[in-house]
Design a protein around this ligand. Structure first.
Ligand SMILES: [Zn+2]
Length: 375
């Protein structure tokens, strides 16, 4: 019988601090070989939910590792939309059996695996194959509608039991995805700052923890120090010290930072950006990168020079023009309304309204235009 308890988002409030983390975080070259031993600690049966595009590359190696550890493995390649029915569809393909879910791929396949784990009440191992976001360490996952608009953010009771990060696989992944991961991670320090200063609620609906706030800080420091070096290694297949450090910041530190220290305007803006013509096709982390610039402008904070320099090195956007977008003012108003409807938008030291947000976006554009005329 499943245990009866409150959903995690109804359990806490800002009178308490809550820190959440995965059971074990394992990172290194060829860390994939350990997946079977990790799965064996959770049960004798596992199901691999894997992005169909990389199934050939990955499934054999996971199967081998599981077989060595005495774990029976079912492979479910996943493609298509990640929507409200995904968990039930995967459960039907699994045939109703209980198994540890091994979710492998980029953000979408990891979230599909989380949806299945929620559905069957199974334990969870995440195995990211790209460093494009910090979903592998977190308890939440995102569902979309047919137009790829965010439908719902759902929350598992616990973070994954194991996060297995094979840096050799990540270093061979497309460079553009690494750029998105950088954008997503760089914002975390500033979102944690804003959430703490506003007394806002974290991803546990609780008060920000001091530790997670420090982790978000260290995530930023690590990326400023190692980000450009990691960028040169990304896509090459070679794991360098810089690359290893950046991956830990982008997957572990960013994940812990946002969950237990909170989000703010940059992630709230990801609700609005898909409403701009062409906005829905921009990767999440690249959206967040631009949104961070708008966050600084809205809160009248300086954009740190070292951050701007890193943006230029890796090609992250400093303006809507850099994103190739030219929205009308009615589009910007729609963006502002959707953004301010997201709960993270409350995590700002003073109240933001739609007019202030649109004005900040326009100031960012004007500054970028001035800069481009000057060169
Ligand atoms: Zn994010």
């Amino acid at each position: 019988m499943p245990l009866k308890h409150k959903p995690i988002m109804d359990m806490f409030d800002t009178s308490v601090t809550v820190f959440g983390a995965p059971g074990r975080y394992v990172q290194g070259q060829d860390a994939l070989r350990l997946v079977g031993d990790c799965a064996a600690t959770l049960g004798s049966r596992a199901v691999l939910v894997v992005d169909a595009a990389i199934c050939d590359m990955l499934a054999g190696r996971v199967k081998e590792s599981c077989a060595r550890a005495g774990v029976e493995l079912t492979v479910l390649p996943f493609s298509g939309e990640l929507g409200g029915a995904t968990g039930a569809e995967l459960q039907a393909r699994l045939g109703g059996r209980l198994a540890t879910v091994i979710a492998a791929g980029g953000g979408r396949a990891i979230d599909a695996g989380k949806a299945l784990a929620e559905r069957i009440g199974g334990r969870l191992i995440t195995l990211p194959t790209v460093a494009s976001n910090d979903a592998p360490t977190s308890k939440n996952f995102v569902l979309y509608d047919q137009e790829h608009r965010l439908l719902e953010v759902r929350h598992l009771m616990r973070n994954p039991d194991f996060v297995i990060v094979d840096t050799g696989i990540l270093a061979s992944a497309p460079k553009a995805l690494f750029r998105a991961g950088l954008g997503d991670a760089l914002a975390k320090k500033f979102e944690a700052d804003a959430c703490l200063r506003s007394g806002g609620a974290t991803m546990f609906m609780a008060k920000s923890t001091r530790l997670a706030h420090r982790i978000a800080d260290h995530c930023y420091e690590t990326l400023i120090r190692h980000g450009a070096g990691a960028w040169s290694a990304a896509g090459s297949g070679h794991v360098t010290e810089d690359f290893d450090a950046a991956v830990e910041a982008m997957i572990l530190m960013a994940g812990l930072g946002f969950e237990s220290a909170g989000l703010s305007l940059p992630h709230a803006l990801t609700r609005g950006i898909p409403l701009l013509p062409g906005g829905g096709n921009i990767p999440h982390g690249v959206q967040v990168a631009w949104a961070l610039i708008v966050h600084f402008e809205t809160l009248r904070l300086e954009t740190p020079a070292e951050l701007e320099a890193l943006y230029r090195t890796v090609g992250l956007p400093l303006s809507l023009g850099d994103l190739g977008l030219a929205p009308m003012s009615s589009d910007l108003e729609a963006l502002a309304d959707a953004t301010l409807g997201a709960r993270h938008a409350n995590n700002t030291p003073f109240k933001i309204d739609a007019r202030m947000l649109v004005a900040a976006i326009l100031r960012v554009e004007a500054r970028a235009e001035k800069r481009s005329l000057a060169v």
